[in-house]
Structures are given as C-alpha cells and as structure tokens.
Design a protein around this ligand. Sequence first.
Ligand code: TXA
Ligand code: MG
Length: 315
Amino acid sequence: MLVTLKHAITLLKAQEVVALPTETVYGLAAALHSLKAVKRVFQIKKRPLKNPLIIHLGKKASLLDYASSYPPETFNLIEVFWPGPLTLILPANPSKIDSSIRSGLETAAFRMPDHPLTLAILEEIPALVMPSANLSGKPSPTKAEHVLKDLGENIPVVNGGMCKKGLESTILSHIDNKWWILRLGSLPASVFKPILGYEPKVFALQSSDPMCPGQYLRHYAPEAKLILGDANRLEEADAILGFYEGSYPANKKVYYLGSLETPEEVAHHFYDVLRQLDVFQLKTVFVDVNFPREGIWQTIWERLVRASNNIISEK
Ligand code: TXA
Ligand code: MG
C-alpha cells in the first residue's frame, strides 16, 4: 500500500516497517532502536539472521555516535560520497547498535542515502536499518511496484519513483591497512583513487568468512534460468537479454538492457528488465555478455553471474 511521507514517519515511530526509496534500490526500513521492527525486517524478507543490515544515517556526524573507530580516510570518503551509494564497514559502537542488526559481528555497515524523501524521514528518525526491499535472493526493487509484488500489497511503501542508480551501494571495508571492495555497486573502483591513492580491489571472500555474509547467497536472481553468453546454447533459450547494438536470431524475442554506449542507463533499468523475464514467465534466457568488464559494467557482470548461479549456498 502506498503511504505518504507523514504516515511513514508515524509508522516508523510506532515500531512498524516501511519500504522507502533510495537512489540505489528500495529498502525495507525499521527504526534502528526498534528491535521489534528490526525482527520484522528479517521475517518479511525471509532473510537469514546471519546476514547483517546496513544502517542509514541522515547526517554525516551521526557516524560519531554509531561507529567506535574510524580507519584512515573514513571522513574523506564520506565527505565526497555521502549522501550517495557508498557503504562503509566500520567497528560498531555496541551500546548503540544491537547485535541482531550486526548478526553478531563487531562491525556494522553505514551509509547516507541520496533521496529527498528518505532524507526527510531521516530528519525525524536519525537512523534506520534498511536492507533492499526484495525477498531474499530476488532482484532488488527499483520501483514501488516491485516492492509490493515481492512483499505483498499490505507493506507500506513511500513511492519515490524509479531509483536513479538502479544497483546497490558499493561496500568498502578496511582490512590489513587497505580499503577493499566487499560488494561491487553503483560506484566503480576508479572513483576512489583520487582519495585513497589506489583503486580498491575486490576482496576475495572465502565461503567460511563471516565478513560479508550476504555475499555467499544466490542473489539478484529471476525465476528464469540465465545462460551467460554461451552461443552454443542459444537454441535452448526462450528469449534473449541483449543490447541495442547486438544482432540476434530473428526467431527469438529480445529483451533489451539498453545501449553499450550508456552503461549507467543499463544499470538504471537492470533489475526492472530481470523482473520482466518473470512477468513473461520465461524459463530459459540467453544473456549477451559481450560488454566491457570495467567501471559499472564490472558490477553488471557480477550481478549476472550471481543471478545465473543455480546453487543456493547458505554457508
Ligand atoms: O544500496 C544499498 O546498499 C541498499 C539500499 C536500500 O541502501 N541496501 C542494501 O542492503 O543493498 P542489503 O541488506 O540488501 O545488502 C547489504 C549487504 C549484505 O550483503 C550484508 O551481508 C552486508 O551488506 N553487510 C552488512 N553489514 C555488514 C558487516 N558488518 N560486515 C560485512 N558486510 C555487511
Ligand atoms: Mg539485498
């Protein structure tokens, strides 16, 4: 159900959950101090309790309350990228952040989202926990209607239009004296070089590693089985996920991700197009992966790999 900003604030103050727009994807929000609502967030999303939540702040200075120490360059990073699609993993202040939010880790994830409606809510409620508002494992929602489809018509949603970026925030963590990318996202690695002096690399997570639990699960996946770029298997596919510049067999319907010239637009529409495959009840879809692997394309490639992975790992 769509709700007004004012109603959303009332609900959050009354320990209810509300889905909110951000510039990346829609999130399912609970007030940080409401453990009842935090529990509901896990339940509604069917999210494993060992997968911690991102804390969303309305003011950069709030970090001083919720984090307990600050690796070098923390403040330079937030000065440049907040509000925006950067999440930092920092040592958590345990007296302010319940262990259930952190899934028992000593760190917590923080970001300041860049959407006027959600920033207005954060004026009233200074900290919200907010995972993406999809069912665990599904593509993230980039429209209010995606949230209602996944979580049901009764979930209150503030409609903030289609998310500007369309892919989740980039997650950085400071490990052994360097910043590492724990999750590729809307911000490509190259944007951090002017601040850090180097491009952070993607941290190679071990499956036993508790550092970024959400990263092991099959994720971002439509019902349709995705075949990535193996032309031998084109025949098996009901349809093709491709680009305006591609040439494809005339007997297959093509769902377009956009143009190879405009990766930001591809990112913006990406999850909406993945969700359309399910609307049309496609079983097997061939994906044209003839695109670069740098910048935002690297994130798009990673999401496709995760979405095409048929093994559901709960490690
Ligand atoms: O763009 C975004 O980040 C969106 C919007 C709503 O802000 N949120 C989002 O949240 O993508 P979620 O919960 O779907 O993904 C958060 C990721 C998970 O993979 C989780 O494991 C990781 O952040 N995470 C959270 N706390 C962590 C921590 N303390 N250490 C390592 N990873 C953490
Ligand atoms: Mg998510």
